[in-house]
Write a protein that binds this ligand. Structure first.
Ligand code: GTP
Length: 309
């Protein structure tokens, strides 16, 4: 099953940079060397089993945009699963950006009315005012420009984990059996006495699915400190930060010509095991029970492989 993803936005807004970070495991520092994309560059990434992402990185120079909207209109906008439109927070030509964006929305409505639309307010690291103020202002502006269609807006930067949060949410909408996967992961988490189990795609390390969140046990007589600790353990940015850190670690491994296979961590209050689950996925198991051995977790992962393949 192939899902077409359009990546569009003005020239220099950062499309190829995010693609090279997420899909090619390149560090952010190398993106300055990327040249402008000529016409459309296509990528295929095999996700779970037979789900293939067909990513169309559409060069944003005016001449190319004009051609997407006229002569190439049907080729570009047909069979689209998701359109991601990138806006540079520092853009000097927001009116023109919005005009092209509205034209693309028209094209999408004409050829792929069912497609989901995601808007990225990108290069948030350059925001001069407080980030949340800038983001909310841009978000409102973009929602107004989008008319009646539903759009989802994210603030992103290649210099932090925000990019992984946005892309994981986008990819999640394309996975047909996400809720079934989540159910299986919840069963697996229970079998391992795990606090949480997370499934990542192998190349991109985007989050595919997680076990259902565990509500911290509100034990009678639990102190305020314990409740704080529980909250701390379930940090809301934990998924995207893990993606970002593991990608950086994989990059370091490749620099010393080593291949990344698995990770085990035993810290004072929890144990983490990251290991291959299927050909296209990695699984992360987080356990807070100190009596559970990592070897037992690895054995459980090995035994669950067939179920998830
Ligand atoms: P076209 O291929 O012409 O459509 O441009 P593009 O949208 O693919 O832009 P590209 O990815 O080539 O990025 C342009 C510049 O923006 C590069 O120098 C990147 O290093 C920089 N850039 C990309 N993302 C970010 C970001 O999050 N923050 C900052 N500060 N710079 C970024």
């Amino acid at each position: 099953m192939k899902k077409k993803v359009l990546l569009m936005g003005a020239s220099g807004s950062g499309k190829t940079s995010m693609r090279s970070l997420i899909f090619s495991n390149n560090p952010a520092s190398l993106t300055a060397r990327l040249g402008a994309t000529i016409d459309v560059e296509q990528n295929h990434v095999r996700f779970l089993g037979d789900l293939i992402l067909n990513l169309w990185d559409c060069g944003g120079q005016d001449a190319f945009m004009d051609s997407y909207l006229t002569t190439q209109r049907s080729t570009i906008f047909q069979h689209v699963g998701v359109m991601i439109y990138v806006f540079d927070i520092e853009s000097q030509g927001m009116n023109k950006d919005l005009e092209y964006y509205r034209d693309c929305l028209e094209g999408l409505k004409q050829y792929s009315p069912e497609a989901a639309v995601f808007l990225l307010v990108h290069k948030m690291d350059l925001a001069r005012e407080p980030k949340n103020v800038v983001f909310e202002k841009k978000k409102r502006e973009l929602e107004e420009a989008s008319g009646e269609g539903a759009v989802t807006v994210f603030g992103t930067s290649i210099y932090d984990e925000s990019l992984y949060k946005a892309w994981s949410s986008i990819v999640h909408t394309l996975i047909p059996n996400a809720s079934v996967l989540s159910r299986h992961l919840t069963t697996f988490a229970a079998a391992c006495s795990a606090t949480e189990v997370v499934l990542f795609e192998r190349t991109t390390f985007l989050v595919i699915a997680t076990s259902s969140p565990v509500t911290p046990p509100s034990l009678p007589g639990a102190t305020a400190e314990q409740t704080d600790l529980d909250r701390h353990e379930l940090n809301p940015t934990r998924y995207e930060r893990t993606s970002e850190l593991v990608k950086a670690f994989k990059h370091s491994c490749s620099r010393v010509r080593e291949e990344f296979h698995s990770l085990e961590m035993e810290l004072y209050d929890f144990t983490a095991v990251l290991d291959e689950m299927t050909r296209n996925t990695y699984v992360l198991v987080i356990v807070h029970d100190p009596t559970i051995e990592t070897a037992a977790l690895k054995l459980n992962i090995r035994m669950a492989r067939r179920k998830f393949e």
